[in-house]
Design a protein around this ligand. Structure first.
Ligand SMILES: CC(C)(COP(=O)(O)OP(=O)(O)OC[C@H]1O[C@@H](n2cnc3c(N)ncnc32)[C@H](O)[C@@H]1OP(=O)(O)O)[C@@H](O)C(=O)NCCC(=O)NCCS
Length: 363
Protein backbone atom coordinates (compact mmCIF):
# COMPACT_ATOMS: atom_id res chain seq x y z
CA UNK A 1 0.00 0.00 0.00
CA UNK A 2 1.24 3.49 -0.79
CA UNK A 3 1.10 5.82 2.25
CA UNK A 4 -1.44 8.64 2.14
CA UNK A 5 1.07 11.46 2.22
CA UNK A 6 1.37 14.96 0.88
CA UNK A 7 4.28 15.34 -1.57
CA UNK A 8 6.19 18.59 -1.80
CA UNK A 9 8.19 18.97 -5.03
CA UNK A 10 9.72 22.25 -6.20
CA UNK A 11 7.01 24.91 -5.97
CA UNK A 12 4.24 22.29 -6.00
CA UNK A 13 2.24 20.45 -3.38
CA UNK A 14 0.62 17.15 -4.35
CA UNK A 15 -2.28 16.41 -2.00
CA UNK A 16 -5.42 14.30 -1.86
CA UNK A 17 -8.19 15.53 -4.21
CA UNK A 18 -11.02 17.24 -2.30
CA UNK A 19 -14.47 18.79 -2.69
CA UNK A 20 -12.84 22.20 -3.04
CA UNK A 21 -11.36 21.04 -6.38
CA UNK A 22 -14.68 20.25 -8.06
CA UNK A 23 -15.01 23.53 -9.95
CA UNK A 24 -11.39 23.42 -11.23
CA UNK A 25 -11.61 19.71 -12.13
CA UNK A 26 -14.79 20.36 -14.12
CA UNK A 27 -13.21 23.24 -16.06
CA UNK A 28 -10.01 21.27 -16.70
CA UNK A 29 -11.76 18.13 -17.89
CA UNK A 30 -14.26 20.01 -20.04
CA UNK A 31 -11.37 21.53 -21.99
CA UNK A 32 -10.90 20.45 -25.66
CA UNK A 33 -7.24 19.41 -25.26
CA UNK A 34 -8.11 17.24 -22.25
CA UNK A 35 -11.06 15.74 -24.14
CA UNK A 36 -8.87 15.04 -27.19
CA UNK A 37 -6.14 13.17 -25.31
CA UNK A 38 -8.01 11.76 -22.31
CA UNK A 39 -10.73 10.47 -24.58
CA UNK A 40 -12.23 8.03 -22.08
CA UNK A 41 -13.42 10.93 -19.88
CA UNK A 42 -17.08 11.96 -20.27
CA UNK A 43 -17.53 14.79 -22.78
CA UNK A 44 -19.04 17.27 -22.04
CA UNK A 45 -17.69 16.94 -18.49
CA UNK A 46 -19.95 18.09 -15.64
CA UNK A 47 -19.76 18.70 -11.88
CA UNK A 48 -21.36 15.30 -11.38
CA UNK A 49 -18.45 13.75 -13.30
CA UNK A 50 -16.01 15.60 -11.02
CA UNK A 51 -17.83 14.20 -7.97
CA UNK A 52 -17.56 10.73 -9.49
CA UNK A 53 -13.82 11.32 -10.02
CA UNK A 54 -13.41 12.09 -6.28
CA UNK A 55 -15.03 8.73 -5.48
CA UNK A 56 -12.82 6.94 -8.05
CA UNK A 57 -9.73 8.64 -6.57
CA UNK A 58 -10.65 7.28 -3.13
CA UNK A 59 -11.10 3.80 -4.63
CA UNK A 60 -7.71 4.06 -6.32
CA UNK A 61 -6.06 4.71 -2.93
CA UNK A 62 -7.94 1.75 -1.40
CA UNK A 63 -6.76 -0.44 -4.30
CA UNK A 64 -3.11 0.45 -3.61
CA UNK A 65 -2.64 3.26 -6.12
CA UNK A 66 -2.36 7.01 -5.60
CA UNK A 67 -4.26 10.05 -6.88
CA UNK A 68 -3.21 13.64 -6.21
CA UNK A 69 -4.37 17.15 -6.91
CA UNK A 70 -1.40 19.30 -7.96
CA UNK A 71 -1.43 22.75 -6.39
CA UNK A 72 0.83 25.76 -6.72
CA UNK A 73 0.46 28.53 -4.12
CA UNK A 74 -2.71 26.79 -2.96
CA UNK A 75 -4.28 26.91 -6.44
CA UNK A 76 -5.40 23.83 -8.44
CA UNK A 77 -3.04 23.38 -11.43
CA UNK A 78 -3.68 19.75 -12.38
CA UNK A 79 -3.91 16.16 -11.29
CA UNK A 80 -1.56 13.19 -11.27
CA UNK A 81 -1.97 9.57 -10.24
CA UNK A 82 -0.35 6.16 -10.22
CA UNK A 83 -2.06 2.86 -10.84
CA UNK A 84 -1.62 0.25 -8.07
CA UNK A 85 1.79 -1.37 -8.64
CA UNK A 86 1.43 -4.82 -10.18
CA UNK A 87 3.07 -7.86 -8.59
CA UNK A 88 6.33 -6.97 -10.33
CA UNK A 89 6.34 -3.48 -8.82
CA UNK A 90 5.37 -1.75 -12.10
CA UNK A 91 3.11 1.28 -11.86
CA UNK A 92 1.80 3.50 -14.67
CA UNK A 93 1.35 7.17 -14.01
CA UNK A 94 -1.11 9.54 -15.70
CA UNK A 95 -1.57 13.31 -15.46
CA UNK A 96 -3.30 16.39 -16.71
CA UNK A 97 -2.63 20.11 -16.40
CA UNK A 98 -5.30 22.75 -15.92
CA UNK A 99 -5.55 24.84 -19.12
CA UNK A 100 -4.45 27.94 -17.14
CA UNK A 101 -1.28 26.17 -15.94
CA UNK A 102 0.00 24.53 -19.14
CA UNK A 103 3.40 25.13 -20.69
CA UNK A 104 5.05 26.08 -17.37
CA UNK A 105 6.61 22.74 -16.47
CA UNK A 106 4.04 22.02 -13.74
CA UNK A 107 3.25 18.46 -14.80
CA UNK A 108 6.87 17.60 -15.62
CA UNK A 109 7.84 18.66 -12.08
CA UNK A 110 4.91 16.76 -10.57
CA UNK A 111 5.69 13.61 -12.61
CA UNK A 112 9.31 13.67 -11.50
CA UNK A 113 8.32 14.21 -7.84
CA UNK A 114 5.66 11.51 -7.88
CA UNK A 115 8.04 9.02 -9.52
CA UNK A 116 10.78 9.69 -6.93
CA UNK A 117 8.16 9.14 -4.21
CA UNK A 118 6.96 5.88 -5.83
CA UNK A 119 10.56 4.61 -5.90
CA UNK A 120 10.91 5.53 -2.21
CA UNK A 121 7.92 3.26 -1.58
CA UNK A 122 9.09 0.17 -3.39
CA UNK A 123 7.99 0.73 -6.99
CA UNK A 124 10.52 -0.89 -9.35
CA UNK A 125 9.47 0.64 -12.62
CA UNK A 126 7.25 3.62 -13.48
CA UNK A 127 5.65 3.85 -16.92
CA UNK A 128 3.97 6.55 -18.98
CA UNK A 129 1.95 5.82 -22.10
CA UNK A 130 1.07 8.76 -24.37
CA UNK A 131 -0.67 8.98 -27.72
CA UNK A 132 1.85 9.54 -30.49
CA UNK A 133 0.26 12.90 -31.42
CA UNK A 134 0.26 14.18 -27.82
CA UNK A 135 3.52 16.09 -28.16
CA UNK A 136 3.10 17.94 -24.84
CA UNK A 137 2.79 14.63 -22.99
CA UNK A 138 5.69 13.02 -24.85
CA UNK A 139 7.78 16.02 -23.84
CA UNK A 140 6.61 15.82 -20.20
CA UNK A 141 7.82 12.20 -20.05
CA UNK A 142 11.28 13.18 -21.32
CA UNK A 143 11.51 16.14 -18.95
CA UNK A 144 10.52 13.93 -15.99
CA UNK A 145 13.50 11.64 -16.70
CA UNK A 146 11.60 8.83 -18.44
CA UNK A 147 13.19 7.02 -21.39
CA UNK A 148 11.30 6.15 -24.51
CA UNK A 149 10.94 2.41 -25.06
CA UNK A 150 8.86 2.13 -28.19
CA UNK A 151 5.72 2.85 -30.16
CA UNK A 152 2.77 0.50 -29.74
CA UNK A 153 0.96 0.61 -33.06
CA UNK A 154 -2.83 1.05 -32.98
CA UNK A 155 -2.90 0.34 -29.25
CA UNK A 156 -6.23 2.08 -28.53
CA UNK A 157 -9.48 2.96 -30.29
CA UNK A 158 -10.42 6.66 -30.24
CA UNK A 159 -14.06 7.80 -29.91
CA UNK A 160 -14.24 8.26 -33.70
CA UNK A 161 -13.27 4.63 -34.23
CA UNK A 162 -9.74 5.34 -35.45
CA UNK A 163 -6.97 3.27 -33.90
CA UNK A 164 -4.13 5.36 -32.47
CA UNK A 165 -0.49 4.57 -31.75
CA UNK A 166 0.86 5.03 -28.21
CA UNK A 167 4.44 5.57 -27.07
CA UNK A 168 5.69 3.86 -23.91
CA UNK A 169 8.21 5.51 -21.60
CA UNK A 170 9.69 4.12 -18.41
CA UNK A 171 11.92 5.18 -15.53
CA UNK A 172 13.78 2.80 -13.24
CA UNK A 173 15.13 3.67 -9.77
CA UNK A 174 18.71 3.31 -11.06
CA UNK A 175 18.18 5.67 -14.03
CA UNK A 176 19.77 9.07 -13.62
CA UNK A 177 16.37 10.73 -13.98
CA UNK A 178 17.99 13.54 -15.95
CA UNK A 179 15.67 15.43 -18.26
CA UNK A 180 16.07 14.29 -21.86
CA UNK A 181 17.36 17.11 -24.06
CA UNK A 182 16.08 16.46 -27.60
CA UNK A 183 18.91 15.76 -30.06
CA UNK A 184 16.81 17.57 -32.67
CA UNK A 185 15.22 20.61 -30.95
CA UNK A 186 12.05 22.12 -32.40
CA UNK A 187 12.58 25.30 -34.45
CA UNK A 188 12.57 28.50 -32.40
CA UNK A 189 9.35 30.25 -33.39
CA UNK A 190 8.07 27.08 -35.08
CA UNK A 191 9.56 27.54 -38.57
CA UNK A 192 12.58 28.56 -40.67
CA UNK A 193 12.48 31.05 -43.53
CA UNK A 194 14.57 33.35 -45.71
CA UNK A 195 11.82 35.54 -47.14
CA UNK A 196 11.47 33.36 -50.26
CA UNK A 197 10.82 29.93 -48.76
CA UNK A 198 9.40 28.85 -45.41
CA UNK A 199 10.02 25.47 -43.79
CA UNK A 200 7.19 24.36 -41.48
CA UNK A 201 6.68 21.03 -39.67
CA UNK A 202 4.66 18.83 -41.99
CA UNK A 203 1.39 17.60 -40.51
CA UNK A 204 -2.11 16.43 -41.29
CA UNK A 205 -3.01 19.79 -42.85
CA UNK A 206 -0.45 19.04 -45.57
CA UNK A 207 -1.65 15.50 -46.23
CA UNK A 208 -3.52 16.19 -49.50
CA UNK A 209 -0.65 18.21 -51.01
CA UNK A 210 1.97 15.77 -49.78
CA UNK A 211 0.16 12.75 -51.20
CA UNK A 212 -0.44 14.47 -54.55
CA UNK A 213 3.27 15.27 -54.75
CA UNK A 214 4.33 11.70 -53.92
CA UNK A 215 2.18 10.39 -56.80
CA UNK A 216 3.72 12.80 -59.31
CA UNK A 217 5.59 10.68 -61.93
CA UNK A 218 9.01 12.36 -61.65
CA UNK A 219 8.86 12.22 -57.84
CA UNK A 220 7.93 8.56 -58.02
CA UNK A 221 10.66 7.82 -60.58
CA UNK A 222 13.36 8.88 -58.10
CA UNK A 223 11.63 7.40 -55.03
CA UNK A 224 12.47 4.05 -53.47
CA UNK A 225 9.84 1.34 -53.23
CA UNK A 226 6.20 1.45 -54.32
CA UNK A 227 4.19 4.69 -54.05
CA UNK A 228 2.50 5.08 -50.68
CA UNK A 229 -1.27 5.03 -50.35
CA UNK A 230 -3.28 7.96 -48.96
CA UNK A 231 -3.80 5.99 -45.72
CA UNK A 232 -0.05 5.33 -45.38
CA UNK A 233 0.70 9.02 -45.93
CA UNK A 234 -1.92 9.95 -43.33
CA UNK A 235 -0.32 7.63 -40.77
CA UNK A 236 3.03 9.15 -41.64
CA UNK A 237 1.75 12.73 -41.10
CA UNK A 238 0.51 11.72 -37.64
CA UNK A 239 3.99 10.51 -36.64
CA UNK A 240 6.02 13.55 -37.63
CA UNK A 241 5.92 15.38 -34.24
CA UNK A 242 7.02 12.24 -32.39
CA UNK A 243 9.76 11.46 -34.96
CA UNK A 244 11.17 14.92 -34.44
CA UNK A 245 10.92 14.94 -30.64
CA UNK A 246 12.47 11.47 -30.36
CA UNK A 247 15.41 12.52 -32.56
CA UNK A 248 14.61 10.23 -35.46
CA UNK A 249 13.86 12.71 -38.20
CA UNK A 250 12.60 16.14 -39.15
CA UNK A 251 9.84 16.24 -41.77
CA UNK A 252 9.06 19.62 -43.31
CA UNK A 253 6.74 21.25 -45.78
CA UNK A 254 8.49 23.73 -48.08
CA UNK A 255 6.23 26.74 -48.65
CA UNK A 256 6.35 29.59 -51.08
CA UNK A 257 6.83 32.49 -48.63
CA UNK A 258 4.83 34.86 -50.82
CA UNK A 259 1.65 32.78 -50.86
CA UNK A 260 2.11 30.15 -48.16
CA UNK A 261 1.40 27.45 -50.77
CA UNK A 262 2.81 23.95 -50.26
CA UNK A 263 5.68 23.60 -52.72
CA UNK A 264 7.42 20.43 -51.57
CA UNK A 265 8.87 18.25 -48.86
CA UNK A 266 12.25 18.21 -47.15
CA UNK A 267 13.43 15.76 -44.53
CA UNK A 268 16.42 15.23 -42.26
CA UNK A 269 16.57 11.52 -41.64
CA UNK A 270 18.89 8.57 -40.88
CA UNK A 271 20.16 10.48 -37.85
CA UNK A 272 23.16 8.71 -36.27
CA UNK A 273 24.10 10.65 -33.12
CA UNK A 274 27.21 8.57 -32.43
CA UNK A 275 28.62 9.66 -35.80
CA UNK A 276 27.06 13.12 -35.80
CA UNK A 277 25.62 12.35 -39.23
CA UNK A 278 22.21 12.71 -40.86
CA UNK A 279 20.86 12.57 -44.41
CA UNK A 280 18.57 14.97 -46.23
CA UNK A 281 15.97 14.04 -48.83
CA UNK A 282 13.50 16.19 -50.77
CA UNK A 283 10.91 16.55 -53.53
CA UNK A 284 9.31 19.61 -55.14
CA UNK A 285 6.00 19.88 -56.99
CA UNK A 286 6.69 20.50 -60.72
CA UNK A 287 5.00 23.91 -60.74
CA UNK A 288 7.52 25.19 -58.18
CA UNK A 289 10.65 23.92 -59.93
CA UNK A 290 13.21 26.15 -61.70
CA UNK A 291 13.08 28.97 -59.12
CA UNK A 292 15.88 27.86 -56.80
CA UNK A 293 13.46 27.12 -53.94
CA UNK A 294 14.96 23.74 -53.10
CA UNK A 295 18.55 25.04 -52.87
CA UNK A 296 17.31 27.69 -50.45
CA UNK A 297 15.37 25.13 -48.43
CA UNK A 298 18.32 22.72 -48.20
CA UNK A 299 20.66 25.51 -47.18
CA UNK A 300 18.24 26.74 -44.50
CA UNK A 301 17.84 23.27 -43.02
CA UNK A 302 21.56 22.42 -43.02
CA UNK A 303 22.49 25.83 -41.57
CA UNK A 304 19.93 25.19 -38.80
CA UNK A 305 21.24 21.65 -38.20
CA UNK A 306 24.80 22.89 -37.69
CA UNK A 307 23.63 25.74 -35.45
CA UNK A 308 21.07 23.89 -33.32
CA UNK A 309 22.26 20.27 -33.14
CA UNK A 310 25.61 18.47 -32.66
CA UNK A 311 25.46 17.12 -36.25
CA UNK A 312 28.80 17.30 -38.07
CA UNK A 313 28.07 15.69 -41.44
CA UNK A 314 24.93 16.15 -43.52
CA UNK A 315 24.87 13.79 -46.48
CA UNK A 316 22.56 13.39 -49.45
CA UNK A 317 22.29 10.71 -52.08
CA UNK A 318 21.24 11.36 -55.68
CA UNK A 319 20.75 9.01 -58.55
CA UNK A 320 23.74 9.28 -60.87
CA UNK A 321 21.57 10.68 -63.67
CA UNK A 322 19.56 13.14 -61.57
CA UNK A 323 21.41 16.30 -62.58
CA UNK A 324 18.79 18.85 -61.32
CA UNK A 325 19.07 17.36 -57.83
CA UNK A 326 22.86 17.46 -58.00
CA UNK A 327 22.73 21.16 -58.95
CA UNK A 328 20.50 21.80 -55.92
CA UNK A 329 23.09 20.27 -53.62
CA UNK A 330 26.00 22.15 -55.20
CA UNK A 331 24.14 25.45 -54.82
CA UNK A 332 23.34 24.57 -51.19
CA UNK A 333 27.05 24.17 -50.39
CA UNK A 334 27.41 20.38 -50.70
CA UNK A 335 30.37 18.71 -52.38
CA UNK A 336 30.48 15.43 -54.23
CA UNK A 337 31.91 12.72 -52.02
CA UNK A 338 31.66 9.25 -53.51
CA UNK A 339 29.79 6.79 -55.71
CA UNK A 340 27.80 4.02 -54.06
CA UNK A 341 27.57 1.36 -56.73
CA UNK A 342 24.13 -0.17 -57.42
CA UNK A 343 22.76 1.44 -54.25
CA UNK A 344 19.28 2.33 -55.52
CA UNK A 345 16.67 -0.32 -56.39
CA UNK A 346 14.36 0.63 -59.30
CA UNK A 347 10.78 -0.39 -59.99
CA UNK A 348 11.85 -2.62 -62.94
CA UNK A 349 14.14 -4.69 -60.69
CA UNK A 350 17.37 -3.02 -61.84
CA UNK A 351 19.71 -1.06 -59.56
CA UNK A 352 21.52 2.20 -60.26
CA UNK A 353 24.55 3.97 -58.81
CA UNK A 354 24.14 6.77 -56.29
CA UNK A 355 26.33 9.86 -55.97
CA UNK A 356 26.82 10.82 -52.33
CA UNK A 357 27.07 14.48 -51.43
CA UNK A 358 28.33 16.02 -48.20
CA UNK A 359 28.20 19.28 -46.35
CA UNK A 360 30.46 19.44 -43.31
CA UNK A 361 29.99 21.61 -40.23
CA UNK A 362 31.93 24.83 -40.81
CA UNK A 363 31.69 24.65 -44.62
C1 LIG B 1 0.10 16.81 -21.41
C2 LIG B 1 -0.07 17.98 -20.46
C3 LIG B 1 -0.30 17.41 -19.07
C4 LIG B 1 1.24 18.80 -20.46
O1 LIG B 1 1.12 19.82 -19.53
P1 LIG B 1 2.10 21.09 -19.55
O2 LIG B 1 1.87 21.84 -18.31
O3 LIG B 1 1.95 21.83 -20.83
O4 LIG B 1 3.50 20.39 -19.51
P2 LIG B 1 4.94 21.08 -19.42
O5 LIG B 1 4.82 22.56 -19.39
O6 LIG B 1 5.66 20.45 -18.28
O7 LIG B 1 5.68 20.59 -20.75
C5 LIG B 1 5.06 20.65 -22.01
C6 LIG B 1 6.15 20.65 -23.06
O8 LIG B 1 5.58 20.29 -24.31
C7 LIG B 1 5.88 21.31 -25.27
N1 LIG B 1 4.78 21.32 -26.22
C8 LIG B 1 3.47 21.32 -25.95
N2 LIG B 1 2.78 21.26 -27.09
C9 LIG B 1 3.66 21.23 -28.11
C10 LIG B 1 3.55 21.15 -29.52
N3 LIG B 1 2.37 21.08 -30.12
N4 LIG B 1 4.68 21.12 -30.24
C11 LIG B 1 5.88 21.18 -29.64
N5 LIG B 1 6.03 21.24 -28.29
C12 LIG B 1 4.94 21.26 -27.55
C13 LIG B 1 6.02 22.56 -24.43
O9 LIG B 1 6.74 23.56 -25.12
C14 LIG B 1 6.80 22.01 -23.24
O10 LIG B 1 8.14 21.72 -23.58
P3 LIG B 1 9.37 22.67 -23.17
O11 LIG B 1 9.32 22.80 -21.69
O12 LIG B 1 10.57 21.93 -23.68
O13 LIG B 1 9.12 23.97 -23.87
C15 LIG B 1 -1.22 18.93 -20.86
O14 LIG B 1 -1.04 19.32 -22.21
C16 LIG B 1 -2.58 18.31 -20.69
O15 LIG B 1 -3.19 18.42 -19.63
N6 LIG B 1 -3.12 17.66 -21.75
C17 LIG B 1 -4.41 17.01 -21.67
C18 LIG B 1 -4.33 15.73 -20.82
C19 LIG B 1 -3.22 14.82 -21.28
O16 LIG B 1 -2.87 14.79 -22.45
N7 LIG B 1 -2.67 14.05 -20.34
C20 LIG B 1 -1.63 13.11 -20.64
C21 LIG B 1 -2.18 11.89 -21.25
S1 LIG B 1 -0.88 10.77 -21.66
Amino acid sequence: MLPREVISTGPLILRKPSQSDVEAITRTCDDPVTARFLFSLPSPYTRADAMEYLRAAETRWLDGGAEFTITENGRYVGAIGARPPDRWGVSEIGYLAAPWARGKGVVSTAARGLTDWLFDHGVQRAEISAEVENIASLRVAGKAGFREEGRRREARTLPDGRRADFVTFARLPRDSGEAAEPYLPFFDGGELGDGVVRLTPIGLDDLGDYHRMMLEPTVQAYGIGPASTYEEDERRCRLTGWWWLSGQRVELAIRDAATGAFAGHLQLTQVVPVLGQAMIGYSLLPEFRGRGLMSRAVRLLTDWAFAATPLHRIVAGTEVGNLPSQRVLQRAGFSRESIQREMLPKADGSRVDEVTWLRLRGS
